[in-house]
Unconditional design. Sequence first.
Length: 313
Amino acid sequence: MPSPVPRGPAPTLGEDLRALERDFPYPRSLPTDPLAQVQRYRRDARSAEIVGVLASTVAVGHVKTIQQDLASLLARVGPDPRGLVEAFPRRMWRTFFHPWRHRWIRADQMGMLLLRLGEAYENYPGGLEEAFREGAEGSDPTERFAGGIDALSRVLRYGSLRETSSLYEPPPGYTALFPSPRAPGRPACKRELLFVRWMVRREAPDLGLWRGVDPAELHIPLDTHVYWIARHLRLTARRTRNWPTVVEITEGLRRLDPSDPIRFDFVLAHTGISGDCPKQRDWEICGRCRVRPDCDLWRGRPGGAGGAGPLRA
Ligand code: SF4
């Protein structure tokens, strides 16, 4: 019979997440992450930003498919993303990437995205960070960050913070690719939060190119793997993967590291992506897991928090 254990994250969580991070096999996981493509442009901030937007937009689905489809998209972009966006043949936006496709994301939508990036850089010579910072207003840090993501979403949708500024109408489904946390239903905006993490965090593997945004204000890009583990680490009990859940998990992580609350995002996501977490009690795999003492599936059992007796499944 499992022993009763207190609610909330285990007191060991911070220490165990740091151990997970310290021992994480980055050379195994990083090459499979879309961030690896963005890192190639780290010496050219504008190109890194462009490739970051493209890579985060297609960061949905199976990791291998993302890798393949992103590689073929970037082959069409060529070696100079900044030059392409500056001189993009706008009349060709529908056909530029044809016949590329990634799941439900179509070539015409990605062509429109290049067009919108060109418009955005005309309106914001300081780049997407300038637009983000223009939207990030107010005294409440969470609302300020949501305002920055909302501004980023509008700029990618319309090329400007104003909806009516472009001559070019977007294709069907385009604006839905860039949700805002202020929209009805308060979506989690995972792909935009992932892009902003890449640009803002100063520590590897992220690029730290947006020096005017404080990493302490970042919020977690909530993919299915991070959400599952966060629930089982008792960082949230919410059942919907939306903005309030993003905020709640981020607040829990902020208590572990106030200056860099989403530092564990990469390792949590790739623990799930790689199969290091089976999402069920399996001693063969969980026996090696650094956060097992904090995992709900093991609480009150031998090998987990509050458990007694010899380790066993
Ligand atoms: S203990 Fe097992 S189920 Fe829990 S997080 Fe670790 S690998 Fe996943």
